[in-house]
Each structure stands twice: as C-alpha cells, then as structure tokens.
Design a binder for this molecule. Sequence first.
Ligand code: GDP
Length: 444
Amino acid sequence: MAFEGLTERLQKAMEKLRRKPKVTEADLRETMREIRLALLEADVNFSVVKDFVKKVREKATGAEVLKGLNPAQQIVKIVNDELTALMGSEAVALNKAPHIPTVIMMVGLQGAGKTTTAGKLAYRLKNEENARPMFIAADVYRPAAITQLQQVADSIDVPVFKKGTDVDPVEIVREGLTQAKENHNDYVIIDTAGRLQIDEQLMDELVNIKKLAEPNEILLVVDAMTGQNAVATAQGFDEKLDVTGVVLTKLDGDTRGGAAMSIRAVTGKPIKFVGEGEKMENLDVFHPDRMASRILGMGDMMTLIEKAQKNFDEEQAQETMEKMRANEFDYNDFLAQLDQISNMGPLENILKMMPGMANNPALKNLNIDPKQFAHIKAIIQSMTPAERTNPDLMNPSRRRRLAAGSGRPIVEVNRMIKQFGQMRKMMKQVTNGNFSGMQNMMGG
Ligand code: GDP
C-alpha cells in the first residue's frame, strides 16, 4: 500500500498534538521535527522537505493558531494545504492541439511503464471523448517493444503505425503523422525508446523526434517506486526535452511517497496522471488535494465517489434507495450490487480510500477473496424467482435446496441469509435517517 509508513507517522505526530490541552511553541517544534523526519524517511527530496517545514512552521507559529480554538486541527489543515500546494494545487489537464491531431509523445526510462501508460491514455481518451487515437511505434531497439505495444493496442482496439526496427525512428514518426492526418485520427501517441539510464544518444533521438513532431504534450513516465531516482530522472529528461507533464506509475505498489511529493517542486512540471495498476482502466487524473488527503490518511472520498459514479447507474441507484427505504430490497437487487462492486476493483483498495481506513489495522492484511463474492452469487442464483423477490420465504428445506444447488455448505447459506436480513434492516434505518444501525455495525 502506497505511503503507508508516511501516513502512519504523520498521523501519529498529529494525534499527539491533538491530545494536548494546549499547544505550545515547544509542542509545535516537536511536531515539525516529526513531520520533517517522516518526510525524509519517505524519500522526499531534502530541500523540498526543508522548504515545506519552513512554510508550515511560519503559518502555524502565528499567534492566532496556537491561541485560537483547536490549534491541532488548524495545524492539520495547514499541513494539508501546504502538501496540496507542494504537489501543484490543481489538477492539470492534458494539452490539446487547436486542430487535430493532438500529438502526445511518451518518454521515460525502460520499465517505467511507458507503453502501458500509452495504452491506458488511449483507452481513457476513447472512453471519455469518443476519441480515435493512433499509436506510433518509435522504439526500434527492442523488437519486443513493438510487439508489446501491438498487444496493448489490440486489447483496446487502437491502430498502430509501425515500420519494424530497421527504419530511423524520426522517419517512422514522420510517416506515422502523415497517416494519422489522412485517417483523421484526433490523437497520435508516440511510444519512444527507453533505456535503463539516461544517455546522450537516446536524448538526441528524442530531441529530434520532438523537433519533427512538435508534440502538444510530452509526457514523462516515471516509476513512483524509485523515489529520489524518479526525481533525478525527471530532471534529466526535462532539461533536454522540456516536458509538459509527468505520469507517475505504480502508485498501487509499496511506494513511500517521495516521488509524488518532490517531482512538482523540483522540476516545476505538473503530474497529470497516476497509474494505479496494470490494467487499462488503472489511470487516474492526478488531484493534488486528494493526494494530500490520502497521504494524511484522511481518505480519498472524491475518487471513491467518482469510481462509484462510473460504475453505478444513477437511475438504478435511485431505485435501489427507494427499495431500501420501503424495505423492498430483495436478492435481485443484492445480486446487481455485487456485480457493480466487483467492477470497481479490489474491495480492499476501495475500503482503503475511506477516511481513517488507510491505516486501519483491520485492513492491513486484509485480502478479500473474490471467490467469496462468487459463492454468494452462486447461492442467490440457485434461488427461484419467488425466493429472490421475497426474502422471507427462506425456510429450512429451501435453504437445504440452495446449499445443494450452489454447492456451498448449509452454514454458509444460513450465514448469507442472516447477513442479508441484517443488511436489509440497516438499510431501512439508514435511508429513513436513523443512523444508529450503521453505528452499531461500525462498533461505534
Ligand atoms: P516501458 O518499458 O516504460 O514501456 O514499461 P512497460 O509499459 O513495459 O511497463 C513495465 C512493467 O510495469 C509492466 O509489467 C507493466 O505492467 C507494469 N506497470 C506499468 N504501470 C503500472 C502501474 O501503474 N502499476 C503497476 N502495478 N504496474 C505497472
């Protein structure tokens, strides 16, 4: 889980402050020391940390803060605001050309996730804008690179312009652009070569491609797991190419946070997207405020809500609410909800986006087995239409039949039915404005 250590340490520092009846200058100094160490440990660039701590201290030292109401809370807010500012304040949109095609050049070290990200981006543009992107395969050093791009492209049904490995990449790009114009593609995404390290020859080639293609966007893809190296890489590429944006990949991994927090401050270039998995849909717009709140363990409700909205049909959601309120929520609705939830990605990742859940020890080693979903579905699918619409019908002989039909033990069938009953009851209370049922469930 990304930022785990950092979140934990920052939360501890804040918690200590919160418990104080009164916050003194000395308390503040101690908190700032803890924040500084936490950031350094998370591999945030040294001068970025220094600057950050200085800014927070200046704002927090103001007499109004320490003497005012709830100083600890105000300090948390200052830290949150400064963290957001550090990462760029606002989400920055993809550059667009005034006339099609918009040309996007992907650059980055080998293994950073360039080709995968090119695919994710095309997939996103297709879905969000009904765009017709085309790829140009300009990595002529590794035949496998072209094959990989082709595979990605096939999986999302996007054409690739390629000329094998014996043609000069600049020439490939020239011809590819001509073809894209003829075919009226609205986006051209150029997948360039990467090396294990920045080298002169590669940079010259990229500069030449840039000169010819005049890209609207040069997206530098960097691996968040590499921490400070990612920042150094970004500086190296930016010096030569003057990149227009950064994509930070592998944020679903165990990254400490240094790259996410330093890149903008060090290079001045915005992080535009983040990669959070290997699948084509795992590319999200980078929102500095949401990232700050995630780092501070305050959850990322906005992203969660957006994910939910993408998967949930508004009309259906409204209908479900009505049914919950009227206590008419039945097994058919439950089945539909299970399908929607499984479309949102691994359940443990979703739970971790909720406020206060990121470092909840209960979630630490949680691995929700997708098979459990499948088992519940199998049981429901063994029900007759009458049983699905009338959950009160479940007598012992029907339960035995369900167990046989789904191949699940009877205890599991009983448990599922019991939980469904509790859930139904709770839904009714919640939708009628009585939250005590929910609180009981959360142990509060
Ligand atoms: P390239 O050499 O820069 O083109 O990198 P690739 O696109 O081949 O990616 C290298 C590896 O990283 C592949 O195994 C990808 O599946 C993986 N990868 C790329 N982006 C992400 C990400 O956001 N999360 C995870 N977990 N893996 C990623």
